[in-house]
Design a protein around this ligand. Structure first.
Ligand code: SAM
Length: 281
């Protein structure tokens, strides 16, 4: 039984980290004409009205996209500015932040005629919301398990592949399941670009995923973490957001470091960003 609903967390600091990384990766991929298959294994609703009851309950966007949006006139970093302009394009009035776009929005807005997108969502209610979104023809919405769907699709018909894996990690087994699916994906698509999001929690469950990937033999795994505050073993809840990018486009690290320097300035004194190779070439 799935209970997680991303609407409670939409636009939080983890979404900023994840979607800014995704945006930067897509920006590099679009520099070549060859077709790309995008797979979003855990799609969610696609677009989140910030005034929704669920989102208003925790208002996590106030420690995420909101301070960036408020200060956007003063920001100077190119990638971050371009990302915020894209968010402006998701609003009905682009001066006011009323909606936060989820991964299906980010992926579908970059689709060219030659590209494909498959969006998996297993929660019936979330899938229904996703179905209600207006998306381009090449975006196919599938109501089934995302990791099983990903592995069944390989190898894909296009020369390039880009996968986003963004589970809710409601079950601890998901850390292992993600590592297994990623290992299989890289066996079938050696040059595929795979982005994996993970939470930083006091219990440190993400080490299962990181250790399994290190042991898998996969090379070129780049890791970045955005911390909202320092870890505290006594405290509950997510203190940071982690992203792995396998086969990152050249130059991604420098571009994100510059954007994240501005992000952490806006998020507050305790916030910091770190990035390095988890497994080198
Ligand atoms: N990727 C989305 C974004 O960035 O906007 C957010 C996704 S949210 C963190 C995780 C989603 O995965 C939830 O909507 C949940 O219902 C869905 N989910 C959970 N288990 C799943 C599974 N086995 N296959 C596909 N979707 C699943």
């Amino acid at each position: 039984m799935l209970s997680y609903q991303h609407a409670y967390h939409a636009g939080n600091f983890a979404d900023v980290h994840k979607h800014l990384t995704l945006y930067a990766v897509i920006d590099y991929l679009l520099r070549k004409k060859t077709a790309i298959t995008y797979i979003d294994t855990h799609a969610g609703r696609g677009l989140y009205p910030l005034d929704a009851q669920e989102t208003q309950r925790l208002q996590e966007y106030r420690e995420g996209v909101w301070p960036l949006w408020q200060q956007r006139e003063r920001l100077t970093e190119t990638l971050l500015n371009s990302w915020l302009s894209a968010i402006a394009g998701a609003q009905s009035d682009n001066h006011e932040l009323t909606h936060y776009p989820g991964s299906p929005w980010w992926l579908s807005h970059s689709l060219r005629e030659q590209d494909r997108l498959r969006l998996y969502e297993l929660h019936p209610g979330e899938h229904q919301h996703l179905n209600a979104q207006a998306l381009p023809m090449q975006a196919e919405r599938v109501y089934s398990d995302g990791l099983a769907g990903l592995t069944a699709m390989l190898p894909v018909a296009t020369p390039r592949l880009c996968v986003l894996i963004d589970p809710s990690f409601e079950r601890k087994a998901e850390y292992h399941e993600v590592a297994d699916a990623v290992t299989y994906t890289l066996e079938k698509a050696r040059h595929g670009v795979v982005l994996i999001w993970y939470p930083l929690l006091p219990a440190g469950h993400h080490h299962v995923l990181l250790d399994a990937l290190k042991a898998s033999g996969i090379r070129k795994i780049w890791r970045s973490e955005l911390l909202l505050r320092e870890p505290d073993a006594q405290a509950h809840g997510m203190y940071g957001s982690g992203m792995l990018v396998i086969n990152p486009p050249w130059g991604l690290d420098e571009r994100l470091a510059a954007a994240m320097a501005e992000v952490t300035r806006c998020l507050g004194d305790e916030s910091r960003f770190e990035a390095q190779w988890w497994v080198e070439e």
